[in-house]
Design a protein. Sequence first.
Length: 260
Amino acid sequence: MKIITVEQMDRGLAYAEACFETFRVIDGQIFDWSGHWRRLALGLSEFGLLLSPGHDEEVLFACLREAAKVGDDTLVRLTISGGESRWGLTRRADEPIVYIQSVAYAASQPAEFLRLATWPFALQKKTAKFVADYADTLRALHGPVDAHVLFEQGGLLLATASANILLYRDCSWCTPPDTVGVLPGRVRNFLIRHKLVREMPCPVDWLQDCETMAVCNSGLFIQPVAWVEGVERGEPMVMRHRMLRTLTDALGAAEGVRLR
């Protein structure tokens, strides 16, 4: 066991005073970088951490530089914490700390297989990717044993452990609203902004009769769902549904996107 004695502690670790974004860098381009940065800055502002003008360009250049060292399709996690400070909850650090983690993107299986589970905590509006929120996710998963979980609460669908969900039924795409408990994902918001997907409460029962389903985030972009464990259906979900093309065609034309 390695034991380290320190005079200062990173506040992201000590008090979860940190936010992060995850995205791919493909051929030197990032899908919706400005959206990622705005969401990150909004989250940090709730801690009273205000990013200065020009920080976005500095951090963007650093992300692109580190991603290029890995390859032409790289998954990046950008984390900004409160920085190191001495003892005390209200003791502000001199400056935030930026962490950039880059790995080669490895495509997951062509279809998601999900397991339905109940979110066990009170729901809160999610404006950004707060580190503390994902600590709750690990608690809900009882450790990183199986991340392919679709959460619901009170009979309404929320999201998976790491992605928003999209359901196609009654001739339209829908996704749970981000008013409570659902992160406003960048791909999700792109589809809503282009009027391809509507926000609305999505009952768990819709899993029984939706024609097709997909998950989306800034890593895998859009991926169809094959089935959800524990849900009885008269017919299987259509994996190559024609209406999936309406989503992938629109998203595929955006900068920084690569679809299979």
